[in-house]
Design a protein around this ligand. Structure first.
Ligand SMILES: Nc1ncnc2c1ncn2[C@@H]1O[C@H](COP(=O)(O)OP(=O)(O)OP(=O)(O)O)[C@@H](O)[C@H]1O
Ligand SMILES: [Mg+2]
Length: 353
């Protein structure tokens, strides 16, 4: 894997067939992205708001990891923190290691060189990221030139058309000359994805990338992520509150609650055999045609307010299994099965002993 600051002018490999970085991640493969002990604190009205509380995440090359959780659980803050998008408006601790580089130790200019190139983001709503006044092809060409992926205008144009075709846009030449408002929502999101993969990133981050789209287009875009991972070997870290999206795209799932990951593991394991009471409640609250978990149950109570402080488990107040010990000490994420960890010693006493 190349380090962005060491080889800033190396062209991407898009469109060039070759060995993918992806495929089934071997146990010994070094992660493409390793997040360790990430915390994010905002200051709001003179109060410190701890929004992300010591998150650990590993994404293997070519793997898709889905961050799943309810509104306000800290999913967006986590991926925006990984991208260092808050600048001086947030304080962080922990590390975000991409290849061999800890993004938390880089200055703002070095982070900008990584962002959009080695680590790229697909927006929730492409309308916010595309310039309404310029043809989309030009916008794509600009990104390619900016990151030194295309040497001149002609190369940029050729690569832009290649990228539009790669993301499944029919008639790339016609679309390249279109302004965003002339395209459907799905096409605009494809353009935004083309921009995100323009520099052949090692990891693609996507925050609820399909919520602005209607259902049929949503599934096409999710299929496109699968296709891009296969063809480019790009790892994917995708955020969603939607269990069906997680089931569709995830190799692994990390479940967030109140700023912490409470369970993570292979998607099937986590979604079919959840070990944390919060994950169980979350899945019980979701209508699923194939559900074998019986009637839908709302999770009693409500999530803690932003930045609330806990001595113990953040879910204890809503948890039917909670013991006095749960309120005394924060539970660690401990292995409950191969590659599967949960932060609940009460639900998993054998493993926690
Ligand atoms: N810039 C900010 N300043 C202060 N607090 C913030 C800021 N951004 C987010 N928060 C707080 O951090 C918490 C987590 O927010 P976040 O946006 O990550 O939730 P989320 O899981 O992405 O939810 P949703 O599914 O609604 O997008 C919330 O309580 C939110 O109010
Ligand atoms: Mg969010």
């Amino acid at each position: 894997m190349s380090s962005p600051t060491e080889t800033p002018e190396t062209p991407g490999t898009l469109g060039v067939p070759g060995p993918a970085r992806g495929g089934a991640p071997a146990a010994t493969t070094r992660p493409a992205l390793r997040v360790s002990g990430l915390t994010t604190t905002f200051e709001r009205g003179g109060r410190q708001v701890l929004a992300v509380r010591g998150v650990d995440l590993d994404v293997a090359p070519g793997e898709s990891l889905v961050l799943l959780g309810e509104s306000g659980s800290g999913k967006s803050v986590t991926i925006r923190s990984i991208l260092r998008l808050y600048g001086s408006s947030a304080r962080h601790s922990g590390s975000v290691v991409l290849g061999e580089q800890d993004l938390m130790s880089l200055d703002a200019a070095a982070v900008r060189a990584v962002r959009g190139r080695t680590l790229a983001m697909v927006p929730q709503d492409p309308n916010g990221s595309l310039d309404p006044l310029r043809p989309v092809g030009r916008q794509l060409e600009q990104v390619l030139r900016l990151h030194g992926v295309a040497a001149d205008r002609r190369a940029a144009r050729a690569r832009a058309l290649e990228l539009l075709a790669l993301v499944g846009i029919p008639g790339p030449a016609r679309v390249a000359g279109s302004h965003p408002h002339e395209l459907s929502g799905g096409m605009r999101q494809r353009v935004a994805i083309a921009i995100a993969v323009a520099c052949d990133p090692v990891v693609l981050l996507a925050d609820e990338p399909t919520t602005a789209l209607d259902v049929t287009v949503q599934s096409q875009i999710l299929d496109l992520f699968g296709d891009l991972r296969e063809r480019l070997g790009t790892a994917l870290l995708l955020v969603t509150h939607d269990v069906s999206v997680a089931a569709d795209v995830a190799d692994r799932v990390a479940v967030m609650y109140a700023g912490s990951v409470v369970e993570e593991g292979p998607a099937r394991e986590v979604l079919e055999n959840p070990r944390h009471p919060y994950t169980q409640a979350l899945l019980d609250a979701v209508p699923r045609p194939t559900s074998v978990r019986g009637h839908l149950k709302a999770i009693p109570g409500s999530p803690p307010v932003a930045g609330a402080r806990f001595d113990g488990c953040s879910f204890a107040e809503r948890c039917a299994l909670a013991q006095p010990s749960c309120r005394a000490q924060a539970p660690a994420l401990l292995p409950v099965a191969e590659g599967h960890r949960a932060a609940c010693p009460v639900a998993n006493p054998g493993v926690a002993a």
